[in-house]
Each structure stands twice: as structure tokens, then as C-alpha cells.
Design a protein around this ligand. Sequence first.
Ligand code: IYR
Length: 240
Amino acid sequence: MAVQYGAFSNERLTGRLVMANAGFAPLEGCRGYQVTEMLRRSEAFLEELERRRSVRKFSDRPVPQKVVENCLRAAATAPSGANLQPYHFVVVTDPQTKHEIRLAAEAEEREFYARRATPEWLERLAPLGTDAHKPFLEIAPVLIAIFVQRYTLLAGGRRFVHPYAAESTGIATGVLITALHHAGLATLPHTPSPMGFLSRILHRPANERPFLLLVTGYPAEDTVVPVLERKSLTQIATFV
Ligand code: IYR
């Protein structure tokens, strides 16, 4: 069986990186809409994404696996450096594994809130109402642990370092969050720091680094979210 190791299957770990060249085909996916239709579509998409909020209180209602699979397939359509798709998603639904992840994450978070966080950090986090207590890691039906594949180990022990691996994983993660929201699910990008325990608990290889833990499910009925403002267009963009 071909074991995925890095971005290449191990049959390819021969010291030379040879990617199949399947040639070129006409572009089919880009639709040439009329301007009014483009405006309508962009407004509808914006309106949908403006409703997305990170939530920290989840229902235990299970999520259809097929929905998660489709959203992961959507994430994998994201552009990536040299099209290597240098990431791996571990979908955790097993209660014992979620329990282990919660215990390890809370241990790190206790350190963070008690010692590691600077006063500036704590001040910025205060409006979010977060603390070291992370019950959602067990209550939410799905935890998607996202790993960056930093390199492929070549024959002879040489490393091929994947170009823009973290950026590529971030872009794919953004598409995943958007796809899950579009499907009607809530997420929380959770970053207990350091996250090395995820590699240990989920038995990931040494070329992978934990990137993010995406808590996924339905919001609890009594979920509240902090009243926050998003930056305006002029704050986030400059047109020259
Ligand atoms: N990891 C901590 C602190 C935290 C960090 C960020 I960046 C946030 O956006 C929110 C919280 C926690 O999850 O509580």
C-alpha cells in the first residue's frame, strides 16, 4: 500500500521528485457573468460570510460525515505552492481521542493563561471571554486537526522543503471554514500553543507540524458571541 508521506506517495521517494505531467486542458470552470450578475453574486456571498462567527459553545448533535467530506474536498481545491497540497486533515469524532485532546489542550492553556500570556495578550483576549476551560473539545462532534506537511523525505535522507507550506495550509483552511459555514455548520479555529500533543495523540509523522484545531459542529442553542466590529474596507484595503 502506498503510504502518504509528505506530499508524495512513497513509491516516489526515489531521490528525484517526478510529478506526473498530464499536459494541459481548456479552462472550463471560470464563468463569464454579466456585471449585474457578478454584483449580485458577490453581494450574496458577502452577506453569507458576514453571518459567520466563531463559536465556543457547541451542541453534541452529530454532523453528517458526508458534509465534512465535501467541505474537505472543497478545501483541497485551494491553490497551493507548486500544487503540492502540503497538508493533512485528521477528522476526530472518537470520544476517547477528543477527551485526550481536551486534557492536553487544557494543560497548555492553563500555562498560557497563568504564565505565558503577556498582559497585552490577556487584555486583547478579555472581550472574547476565553479561559483555560475548553469543554467544547469534547462536546463538539468533530475536531478537525490540520497539519502542515513541511517537507518530503527523499531517498538518502535528503529533504525537499515544500514551498509556501504554511501559506498553502492557511489558504486551504480558509476555504474549509467557509465551506463548513456555507453548509450550515459552526467552527472555532482553536490554537492551543504549543500544539505538539496533536502529533503525539494522532500519530502524525515527523514532517508534519500541527497548524490548527478546527472545532466543528452545530452551535449550542444558548450560544452567545461577543459583540465585535469588523474593520472597514478602507482599513483593510488600499486601492492605487
Ligand atoms: N489559545 C487560547 C488563547 C487565544 C488565542 C487566540 I490567537 C484567540 O483568538 C483566542 C484565544 C485560547 O484558546 O483560549
